[in-house]
Design a protein around this ligand. Structure first.
Ligand code: ADE
Ligand code: ZN
Length: 360
């Protein structure tokens, strides 16, 4: 008799657990569907990091460039990173297939078409001019190709865009000054400057003067900080570079006073969940700080960083955090709104996008 009750209890518990899992899965699925149709802005996207293996191989043929891979599968198999530098080595090698203006156009158009499918309505994309000019590709070839695609996509897809030029921080400040000079004819088409590449050992302070010069020319300022680097680098980005937006910023959470300041200033953080997982900034998506950031009052956004290398575009990043974290519908809406609030669009356009989110 005792055995029968125990069996009954066990099977009732089993049924309850099964039902709970089913219910959770349904809720997550409906949140993922919701996030997939919300209007969004992407604020942290390196255009060179959207180079899919198929296009890499095609451009290698078109430009008669040797690459150390036999097939598209071979390229994908190489995307196994244990830190930022591991990735950067492959990323700089990959961009070597980009040579002609049409290559930059094709790369950018492929990304915009893909982002459009994820209901991304506005993009602010980075490019790394030094990754090209240092290989002998003229600045104008790179910029004209990217800008041509941005203009065409605005006409054909209705996706608006801005372009941000990043300085490679493993190079010197003098080299960044040369790049700023080279960009002069394009400054009416470039909204701001950023700082990327190998973070640790290359603090924002190394670039204080060149960012001051950029700011004096009316450019917006953003910087990668706190991806692998310590909270001190975030303080330097705020105080020395005087950033308008913080790229990544994960490690800010180690410093309570810094979190309070970022929340108080309503600083936008461009968070990149799948990137953080692939580059081992987090060990497990369930340990990702995105939900904590929102709960702390930080203006966090979701972005894909280098989607070809990290396994997903905008909506895949939303799906990954919805599956792993305890996000509710308000959180998803907040993330979408934050992406426009943190953009460099004018206030009227921001209000328009936010009204659409409220109506979704
Ligand atoms: N360049 C491209 N992606 C980057 C990242 N996640 N961090 C620093 N530099 C980068
Ligand atoms: Zn980045």
């Amino acid at each position: 008799m005792g055995m029968a009750v125990a069996d009954l209890l066990a099977s009732a518990t089993y049924a309850a657990v099964r039902f709970y899992i089913f219910w959770e899965t349904m809720l997550q699925k409906s949140l993922i569907d919701f996030s997939a149709v919300l209007p969004k802005a992407e604020l942290h996207l390196h255009i060179e990091g959207s180079l899919e293996p198929e296009l890499m191989v095609a451009l290698a043929w078109r430009n008669k460039i040797e690459i150390p891979f036999k097939s598209v599968e071979d390229v994908r198999a190489a995307y196994d990173f244990s830190n930022l530098q591991d990735f950067l080595d492959i990323y700089y090698q990959g961009m070597g297939v980009l040579q002609a203006e049409e290559d930059y156009y094709d790369l950018t158009m492929a990304y915009l078409l893909r982002a459009h499918r994820d209901t991304v309505r506005h993009v602010e994309i980075f490019f790394d001019p030094q990754g090209h000019t240092d290989r002998g590709i003229p600045f104008n070839v790179v910029a004209d190709g990217i800008l041509g695609a941005l203009d065409e996509a605005e006409r054909a897809l209705g996706i608006s865009s801005k372009l941000i030029m990043s300085f490679l921080r493993h190079l010197s400040e003098e080299a960044a000054f040369d790049t700023l000079k080279e960009a002069e004819p394009y400054l009416d088409r470039i909204v701001g400057v950023g700082l990327d590449s190998s973070e640790v050992g290359h603090p924002p302070s190394k670039f204080e003067r060149v960012f001051r010069a950029a700011r004096e020319q009316g450019l917006k300022i953003v910087a990668h900080a706190g991806e692998e680097g310590p909270p001190d680098y975030v303080y330097e980005a705020l105080d020395l570079l005087r950033i308008d937006r913080l790229d990544h910023g994960n490690r800010s959470l180690e410093d309570e006073a810094l979190v309070a300041r970022l929340a108080e200033e309503q600083m936008t953080l461009t968070v990149c969940p799948l990137s953080n997982l692939k580059l081992c900034v987090v060990d497990d998506m369930r340990a990702h700080p995105l939900k904590r950031m929102l709960d702390l009052g930080l203006r966090a956004t979701v972005n894909s960083d280098d989607p070809s290398y990290f396994g997903g575009y905008m909506n895949a990043n939303f799906a990954a955090v919805i599956n792993a974290l305890d996000l509710d519908k308000d959180d998803i809406r907040t993330l979408a709104k934050n992406s426009f609030l943190g953009s460099f669009l004018n206030p009227e356009d921001i209000a328009k996008h936010i009204a659409t989110i409220d109506a979704t």
